[in-house]
Ligand binder design. Structure first.
Ligand code: ZN
Ligand code: ZN
Length: 420
């Protein structure tokens, strides 16, 4: 009797287990010794049939032959597996073995030499209930990744949405201190060296050449320096929020290997960045001169009516955010290599410090030369600080000239300084 009871219990449990038994599929993305990637998918036949049924409700599974079933499964999987959000990555050489445990195989074809499956989207089994998928990424070097997808068969890997939204996952403090110290040290070294050379060591000897024949007060230097440090800290927040945030970084167009876009593109990007920044600066600068915005955003920068190198970053925190907006424009508008922005902003800070230097470094006659007519100078920006009106440009005089905002007394002022 006891034996019979046990058998009945086993049968019941067995039935129960099969009714609730979750289906398990495995997606393995494997790199061979020639660095080529392939995909192996194993899925229970029941899973494949259910998927066909869910996606093609008009097709009766029993009425189609094995060959058609294979074709449909292969097509479904192929269409729903996507790598790195790149439609040029294709699954080719598809093979399928229909069995109780069905196996599919594809080679991954990419036009990029160094393809790596960093983002994977798969939706084929998304409508199935009680289904688990196991994702494995097996590179020929480095660490293997195993990723279990409970019930959620429509997935994106890395699974960004379900990541715990802790402050440290959104804002990487280590990266923040790293970036702030780098931008800060770069600024202090360049502005500091310039300040020591022009405002301490040779101040008397070259005073007669100073654009405005008066030195700012010590309190001016302290104010400019303090606001500059706050600006550096704000630049760090903007940069880390974009670059260090795993929810935002994938949407930027920043790439890692120069070969991805080629060397010609690499060098061509710099003048494009220059023109974009020049345009961005001119127009945001003009907007900040509007009477509704000037006091809040831009007055701090204009407290330096006789600027020193420390005025280069002396912005109100709100203006600092506006100034750093160009970084956001760059990150999202066109492919930039990781080294593009550090090199470009190194040039930018040098030019900016030159613009606030207080001495003119370009030669006599430069303002009227073929090239010099279109290049912003220290005299030009110094006039902007002295008079508040006109000369809004940053690197070039293009916008000032075509918008008619270049001061009429610019050439006179330039020549007066260079004739001394
Ligand atoms: Zn201004
Ligand atoms: Zn300025």
């Amino acid at each position: 009797m006891r034996k019979i009871r046990c058998i009945i219990l086993l049968i019941l449990l067995g039935n129960n287990a099969s009714a609730h038994n979750p289906q398990v599929s495995t997606i393995s993305i494997i790199q061979n010794e020639n660095n080529k990637w392939s995909v192996f998918i194993t899925a229970p036949l029941y899973t494949c049939q259910s998927t066909i049924h869910e996606n093609y409700p008009n097709i009766k599974i029993d009425s189609i032959n094995a060959f058609e079933t294979q074709k449909l499964i292969s097509k479904l999987v192929n269409e729903s597996l996507m790598f790195n959000k790149d439609s040029n990555v294709k699954l080719i050489n598809g093979k399928i073995q229909l069995a109780h445990e069905t196996t599919l195989y594809f080679d991954i074809q990419s036009d990029k030499a160094e393809f790596n499956p960093s983002e994977i989207i798969f939706k084929a089994f998304s409508k199935l209930a009680n289904h688990f998928t196991l994702l494995k990424i097996v590179p020929n070097k480095g660490q293997q990744i195993t990723y279990i997808l409970n019930n959620d068969n429509k997935f994106s890997y890395p699974k960004i949405k379900t990541q715990a939204m802790t402050i440290s996952s959104i804002f990487n403090f280590n990266k923040y201190f790293d970036i702030v110290s780098r931008i800060g040290v770069r600024y202090i070294l360049i502005a500091g060296a310039t300040f020591i050379f022009f405002y301490i060591l040779f101040k008397r000897k070259i005073f007669y050449k100073k654009i405005q024949n008066i030195f700012p007060k010590n309190s001016d230097y302290i104010r400019e320096f303090t606001y500059s440090i706050i600006t550096v800290m704000i630049f760090g927040i903007v940069i880390v929020t974009i670059m260090g945030n795993p929810n935002i970084r994938p949407y930027t167009k920043i790439y890692e290997n120069i070969e991805e876009q080629g060397w010609l593109y690499y060098f061509a990007a710099f003048p494009i960045m220059l023109i974009m920044h020049d345009t961005y600066f001119y127009w945001t600068h003009r907007i900040m001169h509007h009477k509704l915005l000037f006091n809040t955003f831009h007055l701090v920068h204009h407290k330096s009516t006789n600027p020193s190198p420390w005025a280069a970053y002396a912005f109100h925190p709100l203006e600092a955010v506006v100034e750093n907006g160009i970084f956001i424009v760059f990150a999202f508008s066109f492919p930039l290599h990781e080294s593009h922005t550090p090199i470009f902003f190194l040039f930018s800070v040098i030019y900016n410090i030159y613009g606030h230097l207080g001495w003119e470094l370009y030669p006599k006659g430069f303002n009227k030369s073929f090239i010099g007519k279109w290049v912003n100078t220290s005299v030009c920006h110094n006039q902007h600080h002295k008079y508040f009106k006109g000369n809004y440009s940053l690197y070039l005089l293009f916008w000032d000239r075509i918008m008619g905002t270049l001061r009429e007394d610019y050439d006179m002022a330039y020549e007066e300084v260079k004739n001394r």
